[in-house]
Design a protein around this ligand. Structure first.
Ligand code: PMP
Length: 359
């Protein structure tokens, strides 16, 4: 394929609108961004302290092996240091996996709608993409298994799934993993893992010991409140990690991010507080949906997908003009919905009041 045809198959990734761009466009003083599932409570104070005391080291390249963070994470997760790969966000790990394994003669399987970067990277690598529609917001694992062919080498599983916020219970995930042939890599993207409250969720780190073809991806961008610092990690057995390492840029996890992540792990109380506040915040959204008879998927994350049964762009645009940035479901595969990040109590009151006025 010539370069133009190859590149024209791609559309640039369009994340939620930035605060500055919206301020400028509508001449607004105050903007509440509930578009990219960031933590409305920021990050642990330990993170800011660690950053301030280490600003002098910026002239030095980061530790490419992230020695200290690796040690900390391994201890925290109860795994070996060689069972970890660090990323410039988990986006970067999705890239590294795609770069390592996908190519024009490979096929790759994913749910749809799901996180856009699996498909995006598969297009870049020229792989054959098999997208299996969700059923009731959940991965259709049987159909995903049925889609496996001779060329399949990566299956993407997003749990909890973005944008539906639904998860896969243990009694569905295990039989699925049992049936995936061991030469196919299963990527279990758990960006929202720390928000999960469901009791029938699985212990994914433990599963990487049982399944030699499983890699789990997590991030410091969500509950740890460090999206701007770009740190994610993958956990798998040593063989997988060793195979992926050559495709990792040498300094992909930056020095401030590494230090911040160590401080973030040290403050699990902050994580617990945010998890609880998020759980309470979700009830504000559930109550609103019930009162207004709007459909939604119960969420195991810090966001909720609400179906307004009208063009999602209209709801998005209305909220934008009121100073609330959310994501229109149109770009996410749910044309009549919007995806809203759970904010602080007051932010939730604000966005829900604006929505009540709209309805
Ligand atoms: N996976 C999922 C499911 C996500 O929602 C996101 C963030 N939107 C990511 C991965 C990427 O997160 P990051 O690169 O910030 O770690």
């Amino acid at each position: 394929m010539r370069w133009k045809e190859q590149l024209l198959r791609l559309t640039p990734y369009q994340p939620g609108r930035s605060i500055d761009a919206v301020k400028k466009q509508f001449n607004l003083e105050k903007i509440v961004k509930l578009a990219s599932n960031e933590n409305p409570f920021g990050c642990s104070t330990g993170v800011s302290t660690a950053l301030q005391s280490n600003l002098s080291s910026l002239a030095i390249y980061p530790d490419g092996y992230a020695t200290q963070l690796r040690e900390k994470l391994a201890e925290f997760l109860g795994i070996n240091e060689e069972e970890l790969i660090l990323g410039n966000g988990s986006d970067n790990l999705i890239q590294i996996i795609s770069r390592s394994l996908l190519h024009p003669n490979a096929s790759t399987i994913m749910a749809t709608p799901s996180f856009s970067q699996y498909k995006h990277n598969a297009i870049i690598e020229g792989a054959v993409i098999k997208e299996l529609p969700l059923i009731n917001g959940e991965h259709n694992l049987d159909e995903m298994l049925a889609a496996i062919d001779e060329q399949t080498n990566v299956i993407w599983v997003c749990s909890p799934n973005n944008p539906t916020a639904t998860y896969i219970p243990e009694n569905k995930l295990i039989p699925f993993l049992d049936k995936v042939p061991p030469h196919i890599l299963v990527v279990l993207d758990e960006a929202y893992y720390e928000y999960v409250v469901a009791e029938d969720y699985y212990d994914s780190i433990n599963l990487t010991r049982k399944y030699e073809n499983l890699i789990v991806l997590r991030t410091f961008s969500k509950i740890y409140g460090m999206a701007g610092l770009r740190v994610g990690y993958g956990v798998a057995n040593r063989t997988i990690i060793k195979a992926l390492e050559p495709a990792r840029e040498p300094f992909n996890a930056n020095s401030l991010g590494q230090l911040a992540a160590i401080a973030a792990i040290n403050d699990q109380e902050f994580v617990e507080v945010c998890k609880e506040k998020n759980r309470q915040g979700l009830t504000q959204f559930y109550d609103f949906c019930e009162q207004n008879q709007l459909d939604y998927y119960p969420s195991q994350t810090n966001f909720i997908l609400i179906d307004f049964k009208i063009d999602g762009d209209k709801v998005f645009q209305y909220l934008l003009e009121k100073g609330f940035i959310v994501r229109s479901g149109k770009a996410l595969g749910f044309p009549t919905a919007v995806r809203v990040t759970v904010g602080s109590f007051e932010e939730n009151v604000g966005v829900l009041q604006a929505l009540s006025d709209f309805l």
